[in-house]
Design a protein around this ligand. Sequence first.
Ligand code: ATP
Ligand code: ATP
Ligand code: MG
Ligand code: MG
Ligand code: MG
Ligand code: MG
Length: 257
Amino acid sequence: MAKSKFEYTRKFENNDSCLLNCFIVVRLDGRNFHRFSDSHEFEKPNDENALKLMNRCAEEVMKEFQDLILAYGQSDEYSFVFKRSTTLFNRRASKLMTNLASYFASSYVFYWSEYFKEKLQYPPTFDGRVVLYPTETNLKDYLSWRQADCHINNLYNTCFWKLVKIAGLSPEDAEKRLCGTVSGDKNEILFSEFNINYNNLPEMFRKGTVLLWEKAEKMVSKSKGDSTTVRVYPQVVMLHVDIIKDDFWESRPNLLI
Ligand code: ATP
Ligand code: ATP
Ligand code: MG
Ligand code: MG
Ligand code: MG
Ligand code: MG
């Protein structure tokens, strides 16, 4: 096509391609989900269907962008990890981030009704950021940070909402009660006042969700007749496990390769 005299404006674009060999992480986070969760009457502190919808969207993102090797989600956020060698969108940060954010957000709307009976009140927004991690240790530490955040927030929120909903404290008083407490104190409050063993709460709430590819065997029937063969397909699997301890990584030595 002929060039127009306006085409020079393209030269104003930044080159934002990500450094080679680094793990590219895209973290998405719901915008003002404090309000969104109120408007849609999410159960506090953990609405199970809302978490399942987040997990579903992340699974669809993994399937759509298959250079993703791992995803970790909790609350209104999801982190997606691309394989080191990805060349998707020439590793351009803005392309990677906006494609993931828009696919995630449109999936959230597309699948909403499978998880909620009530109508969606307004379109949700997700922000995105790109972070590069040059070493496996940096990447594992990043994911550990997000999982530790999940644990700390969940323990706090579980106590807070028990104090408000069961003990009848005002939100202000519940906050005062928890101010300065360490995790042992919160475990003790849950146990002695509400007869709850924190470690028995659902793993999805305490640990968040990990998505990764695993080869799974599937029975496939041949076109003619009734004979079947076993084929191996990569499938996205969903886990609610500890990724801070080495076990997770040691039992999957090829995950980051
Ligand atoms: P920002 O736009 O800065 O991200 P935010 O209101 O989304 O603001 P976050 O720090 O991201 O703030 O926190 C998300 C909030 O969404 C939580 O504090 C919680 O109130 C709510 N939320 C998210 N997921 C759930 C869920 N599954 N069940 C109940 N509440 C949830
Ligand atoms: P990329 O992912 O690189 O953007 P693309 O297929 O979206 O690939 P574009 O250069 O963005 O390529 O072009 C958008 C294409 O979408 C057009 O070439 C056209 O085929 C189609 N398209 C967009 N809007 C319309 C429309 N209103 N009516 C018909 N076709 C449309
Ligand atoms: Mg925030
Ligand atoms: Mg948010
Ligand atoms: Mg958040
Ligand atoms: Mg296009």
